[in-house]
Design a protein around this ligand. Structure first.
Ligand SMILES: Cc1cc2nc3c(=O)[nH]c(=O)nc-3n(C[C@H](O)[C@H](O)[C@H](O)COP(=O)(O)OP(=O)(O)OC[C@H]3O[C@@H](n4cnc5c(N)ncnc54)[C@H](O)[C@@H]3O)c2cc1C
Ligand code: FES
Length: 290
């Protein structure tokens, strides 16, 4: 059967130049977030490419380590950050291990921006409840910071960020600020109790039910490992959230990132072009991925 061609939204930012050719970039900063997650901040080498680079929160990039390969990561910095592009990378296999060995000054390749983005303009006037699990906090960070920069357009902005242990929390250097912000209702949780942990304890779906956000005029946006997504969606539905008010991102192995190679499709939807951001309502019309 021929898979239908992917649908593209012409208004989304796209990669400049030949989308198959990575743009050379230099690592400007490396942050060890957790034992298995590192953040790299990179700057595109070409001034023209830098000036013309625009992306929307939720879009991804293919980052290549020369001689090793290429892998997909969400751009974890907000679009308002113009000094660098940030990728938070969990060590999984060959490419991610090579990224973890990079030092300041090393060269990488970047093909970006790719994919769709969070439909945040449709959330204006609504409350937004973000839920990030583990490395799933990377896409949440970019959209959370973007909304906080445009706070006046939204209702209450809340975050529930959960990891297995306190040591597994990324962005520790920002969490204190997030907890103290008056324009953010920030909740942190870990799976099981740990010494000196002053925040919540429990699995994300259970803590979510304790917090019990009202679904009224509220959008829930969640990212994390598949098992967390599955049970958190169930919890959101129990709380009364409608499928069109639940937004998540899908992770499928990608190669071209351009809707050409057919590596990433789910039924007729190409995650690299139609996604990675979907509402639960959209996912319900595709073969079951959750
Ligand atoms: C849209 C999208 C956004 C992503 N954003 C991030 C991000 O911000 N940060 C981050 O750390 N990771 C992210 N990932 C996952 C990341 O792309 C993979 O971890 C990476 O490709 C692994 O490459 P590798 O060469 O190190 O692993 P490999 O050597 O290729 O594989 C190692 C192991 O990881 C598994 N694996 C590889 N790719 C995937 C995948 N896409 N989904 C599930 N399992 C996989 C393999 O099955 C294998 O078990 C994202 C993936 C997608 C599709
Ligand atoms: S078609 Fe999606 S990665 Fe190639």
């Amino acid at each position: 059967m021929v898979t239908p061609a992917p649908t593209t939204n012409p208004s989304r930012p796209k990669m400049q130049g030949n989308p198959y050719v990575p743009m050379p970039a230099t690592v400007k900063e490396v942050i060890q977030e957790t034992p298995v997650i590192k953040t790299i901040r990179v700057v595109l080498d070409d001034e023209n490419a830098r000036t013309n680079f625009h992306f929307e929160p939720g879009q991804v990039g293919q980052v290549s380590v020369f001689g090793v390969g290429e892998a997909t990561f969400v751009i974890a910095s907000p679009p308002t950050e113009t000094n660098y592009l940030q990728f938070s990378v969990m060590r999984a296999g060959e490419v991610t291990s090579a990224i973890h060995k990079l030092n300041v000054g090393d060269k990488v390749g970047v093909r970006a921006p790719l994919g769709n983005f969070f439909p945040y303009t449709s959330w204006q006037g609504k409350n937004v409840f973000f839920i990030g699990g583990g490395i799933g906090m990377a896409p949440i960070r970019t959209i959370l910071l973007h909304l906080l920069a445009h706070k006046q357009d939204y209702g209450t902005i809340s975050l529930l960020y959960g990891t297995r242990t306190p040591n597994d929390m990324s962005y520790k250097y920002e969490l204190e600020d997030w907890l103290n912000r008056e324009d953010l209702n920030c909740n942190l949780c870990i799976d099981t109790a740990a010494p000196n942990w002053p925040h919540r304890v429990g699995l994300i779906p259970n803590v979510l039910k304790e917090l019990a956000p009202s679904p009224k005029n509220t959008v829930a946006v969640l990212c994390g490992p598949p098992i967390m997504i599955r049970f958190t969606i169930q919890a959101l539905q129990e709380l009364g959230f409608a499928p069109e008010a639940i937004v998540t991102t899908l992770e499928r192995r990608m190669k071209c990132g351009l809707g050409i190679c057919g590596r990433c499709n789910i039924g007729g939807s190409y995650v690299c072009v139609d996604g990675p951001v979907y509402t639960l309502k959209q996912l319900q019309s595709l073969p079951n991925e959750l």
